[in-house]
Write a protein that binds this ligand. Structure first.
Ligand SMILES: [Zn+2]
Length: 506
C-alpha cells in the first residue's frame, strides 16, 4: 500500500466499503493490494481485513472506527462492484456445472484458465471509485486503468482476483493443476442477465465521443478505453454512483476448452503412380482412389484416436499424382488441433508407421512429435531446397548414343521457364530462371528410344516441361538439347535436400 495513505484513513475506507455492501475482495482491491505480492490477502480476504483492523485497534485503542472486526459483520447483499464474482460460493456454483463438460476427455495434468466477466463490472467498479473519491478526497486512489509510476495504487483487474479466489476450486473440480504454461486452456464466460441493460448508456457516450459513429460496440476493450478518458460528470449523468446493489446472481454462461495443437513430422514415400498427395476431389467426385494424406490420417486416427476433421497436412512441396516419391522421402507434418491427448509413446509412433506401410502405397519414416518452431524450416525448404529426380524418357531421335552424349555434355544448366501451360490458370504469367546443376543420362540395354535421366533441380522447377519443352516455353529443354521430341514416360522424386525432422530415427 502507498505510504501516503494513513492507516486511519484506510480503516475508514474499509468501513465505508463494508457499509456499501462490497465484498471483502473488492475492498482489498480498492486498497490497491496487488495479487502477485499479496495473493494470500485475496485467498483469505476476511483474515487479511481482520488483521488490518485488529492491528490498528491494538495501536489506537481509542479509535472508534475499528471497534468491530470484519468477521462479525455479515454482508447482506450481492456485491455491487463484482456481482459476487469474486466470492468463493460463486466459484463453487460455477464449477458445479462443470460435470457436463467434455473436459474429462482431455488427458492433461495441467490447465490454465481465463474468465470473461459481465461487461458492467468495469462500469460498476468505476462508479464505486467515483463514490470513494467523493467521500475521501485526500485518499490516494489511483485510477483503475494504469500504473503511472512505482508505488501507485493500482486496482487489480478482475481476472487476477478471480484466479486467486477460484483457482483452487476449479483445479479440484477438474482434477488438474493450474500452470501458467499449460497447453490446455479454459475460457469461462460468466453471464449476468442485466448486463446489456447496464452498459447500454455507454452507447450514448460512444456516440458523442467516437469518430467512428457507425461502429458503436460495447466490447470490454471499448468500455475500458472510454472509461479511461471519461470525465466524472458525464459518467454520473449516465450511470449510478455508487453502483446499485444487484438482485440477480451471475451465472455460468459457457466454458470453451482449447488445447494447443500438436505436430507430427516425418518423411513419406509414395510407391505407386496412381495416388495423389492430398484428396483430389472435383464436384464431390474423388478422382484418385487413394492419397498420401488419407492413408497417414487413417493410421494416426486408428492409433491415437484423433478426429480427422482436426488434422491438416503440410509438406515440403508436392509431386504429381503420376510421380513416385522414393529415395529419402519427402518431409511433411500434420497438425492436430485441439488434441485430447498429447503424450504420444514410441510404441504408438511405431504402430502408426506399421499401419501406413501395410497400405503398400505409402510409407513414413522418422515420424515424431515436432516443435512448432521447426515448422518454418519445412516451408522455407519448399522454396529453397534442391530436388533430385530420376525419369524414364522416350525420344524420337534416331541415335540413342548421340542422345546420351548430348545430354551428358551439359553442365550447370540455367533454364528459362515461362509459366507452364498446366498451371497457367493459377500462376502469374512470367519467365522464371531455374538452375539444373546436375543432369545425366544413361542407356537402357536393348532399348533404342528409351533412356534414363537423372537431374538435380532448383526448387520450383517444372521437371516434365523441362523434358518435353512445353511448346518451347521452357528453354533449353531436354528435347531442344537432343534436337528431337523427347518426353517422360515415368518420373520418380528421389531426394529432397532438407534434413527434417532433425531428431534421429524413431
Ligand atoms: Zn465484490
Amino acid at each position: 500500500m502507498d505510504s501516503s495513505n494513513s492507516t486511519v484513513e484506510t480503516i475508514a475506507v474499509v468501513n465505508f466499503l463494508l457499509e456499501s455492501s462490497c465484498c471483502y475482495r473488492c475492498i482489498i482491491r480498492f486498497l490497491g493490494i496487488q495479487v502477485p505480492e499479496n495473493e494470500k490477502a485475496y485467498r483469505k480476504p476476511r483474515e487479511y481485513l481482520n488483521t488490518l483492523l485488529d492491528d490498528h485497534k491494538t495501536v489506537n485503542p481509542e479509535d472508534n472506527n475499528s471497534d468491530e472486526s470484519v468477521a462479525k459483520r455479515s454482508k447482506p447483499n450481492i456485491c455491487p462492484v463484482c456481482l459476487d464474482c469474486f466470492e468463493q460460493k460463486t466459484a463453487e456454483r460455477i464449477v458445479s456445472n462443470f460435470a457436463s463438460l467434455s473436459i474429462k476427455d482431455y488427458e492433461y495434468k495441467t490447465f490454465i484458465f481465463n474468465v470473461s466477466f459481465p461487461k458492467c463490472l468495469a462500469i460498476r467498479a468505476h462508479g464505486m471509485l467515483l463514490h470513494l473519491k467523493k467521500h475521501f478526497p485526500d485518499y490516494k486512489f489511483k485510477n483503475l486503468y494504469e500504473k503511472e509510476k512505482e508505488g501507485d495504487i493500482v486496482i487489480e483487474p478482475p481476472h487476477k482476483i478471480f484466479r486467486s479466489s477460484a483457482g483452487e476450486i476449479i483445479s479440484k473440480a477438474i482434477n488438474k493443476q493450474y500452470h501458467p504454461k499449460s497447453n490446455l486452456s479454459l475460457l469461462i464466460t460468466i453471464g449476468y442477465e442485466n448486463d446489456n441493460l447496464e452498459v447500454n448508456n455507454m452507447k450514448n457516450i460512444f456516440k458523442i465521443k467516437s469518430s467512428r459513429k457507425n461502429q458503436i460496440e460495447t466490447s470490454r476493450n471499448n468500455i475500458n478505453e472510454y472509461l479511461k478518458g471519461l470525465d466524472d460528470q458525464t459518467f454520473k449523468n449516465n450511470f449510478p454512483v455508487p453502483p446499485q446493489v444487484p438482485n440477480i446472481e451471475v451465472q455460468l454462461e459457457k466454458v470453451d476448452i482449447t488445447a494447443e495443437p500438436i505436430y507430427l513430422g516425418g518423411r513419406y514415400f509414395k510407391f505407386k503412380r496412381t495416388i495423389g498427395q492430398t484428396p483430389w476431389v472435383i464436384n464431390g467426385v474423388s478422382l484418385a482412389p487413394h492419397n498420401v494424406e488419407e492413408i497417414i490420417f487413417d493410421a494416426v486416427t486408428n492409433v491415437l484416436r484423433f478426429n480427422k476433421k482436426y488434422m491438416t497436412f503440410s509438406s515440403s512441396g508436392r509431386e504429381d499424382v503420376d510421380v513416385r516419391m522414393l529415395g529419402s522421402g519427402r518431409p511433411f507434418y500434420i497438425k492436430v488441433d485441439n488434441p485430447k491427448n498429447r503424450n504420444i509413446s514410441l510404441e504408438q509412433i511405431q504402430e502408426i508407421e506399421k499401419q501406413i506401410i501395410k497400405s503398400e502405397l505409402v510409407a513414413v519414416i522418422k515420424l515424431q512429435v515436432v516443435h512448432p518452431s521447426d515448422l518454418v524450416r519445412i516451408k522455407h525448404g519448399e522454396e529453397t531446397k534442391r530436388k533430385t529426380y530420376r525419369g524414364l524418357c522416350k525420344t524420337t531421335a534416331p541415335n540413342i548414343k548421340d542422345v546420351i552424349s548430348k545430354i551428358n555434355a551439359q553442365k550447370e544448366l540455367t533454364i528459362s521457364q515461362l509459366t507452364v501451360m498446366r498451371v497457367l490458370h493459377r500462376r502469374t504469367l512470367m519467365t522464371r530462371k531455374r538452375e539444373i546443376p546436375i543432369i545425366s543420362a544413361a542407356e537402357i540395354p536393348g532399348q533404342s528410344n528409351l533412356f534414363e535421366l537423372e537431374i538435380v533441380t532448383q526448387a520450383g522447377t517444372y521437371v516434365k516441361e523441362f523434358v518435353h519443352g512445353d511448346f518451347e516455353r521452357t528453354v533449353p529443354s531436354v528435347s531442344s538439347i537432343v534436337g528431337y521430341p523427347t518426353d517422360l514416360v515415368a518420373l520418380d522424386c528421389v531426394n529432397i535436400d532438407l534434413v527434417w525432422p532433425e531428431a534421429p530415427d524413431t
